[in-house]
Design a protein around this ligand. Structure first.
Ligand code: ADP
Ligand code: MG
Length: 231
């Protein structure tokens, strides 16, 4: 299937990192909810894609050699019109070229922008030599590093495990909503955790994977970035 093909192609090319624009097919193959995303190879294609998707959009550098896109200024959110997309595309690709001379640039992803007020969480796994895939759930965004607010479970994840893990982190109250905010759709997050568990078991070659961020509100949850490592 499509996921198998992407992973095999990387193994053949001895390319251990699968970045967001390459992993799109994997997300699709697993039926994961994602923002609408199109790979644009030129600024004109980016504008056409943005018109199709509808504003505002997000632009992200698409390069197999760049897995941390923000590190090279490769992400621009909240682009509101054709002019901003046109300029954004040129700026992002020029900067990436400058900062990573030998990176191959495929273009930019044009992506549907999540509505204001979504909460960012991280869903991932790491493979433990002894115990196998260890799923993790945590708060995302700018606080991850300092908060270290993460909960763990071994795969395979049961429904009950998924239910528990999203309620285990200290920031649970934030996800439940403060001051009259609606709680995020926990069931949608649990569904994504269950899929991540399945992915970990389906592909022993994947040593770790991370959806960061998953963007959630009271209605839905979307996987807005993904990165996978092969061993
Ligand atoms: P990186 O490779 O730097 O991790 P991301 O794709 O995660 O790049 O984007 C960086 C940040 O931009 C995310 O953590 C999130 O805050 C924001 N972002 C990314 N995609 C979207 C989106 N579709 N809608 C809204 N915000 C987004
Ligand atoms: Mg990210």
């Amino acid at each position: 299937d499509a996921a198998r093909e992407v992973i095999d192609a990387h193994l053949r090319r001895k390319q251990p990192e699968i970045v967001e624009f390459e992993a799109q097919q994997v997300l699709k193959a697993y039926g994961l909810p994602t923002p609408r995303t199109v790979l644009a190879r030129s600024s004109d294609e980016a504008v056409a894609a943005a018109e199709e998707i509808g504003y505002p959009v997000v632009l992200k550098i698409a390069s197999p050699d760049i897995s941390h896109k923000s590190d090279v200024g490769g992400v621009k959110v909240n682009l509101l019109n054709a002019g901003e997309v046109m300029d954004g595309f040129k700026e992002i690709t020029a900067r990436a070229q400058r900062m990573r001379h030998d990176a191959y640039l495929a273009g930019c992803l044009v992506q549907e922008m999540a509505p204001a007020g979504v909460k960012e969480v991280i869903i991932g796994f790491k493979r433990d030599e002894q115990f196998g895939p260890m799923l993790m759930f945590g708060l995302g965004g700018i606080y991850v590093e300092i908060m270290k607010d993460i909960a763990f479970r071994l795969a395979p994840l049961s429904r009950q495990d998924a239910f528990e893990i999203v309620r285990e982190i200290k920031s649970y109250m934030l996800l439940k909503g403060l001051k009259g905010e609606m709680p995020v759709n926990f069931r949608a997050l649990e569904d994504i955790l269950m899929v991540m568990s399945r992915l970990a078991l389906d592909f022993p070659e994947v040593s770790e994977a991370e959806f960061n961020p998953v963007l959630a509100n009271d209605e839905r949850a979307m996987v807005a970035d993904v990165r996978m490592s092969l061993s």
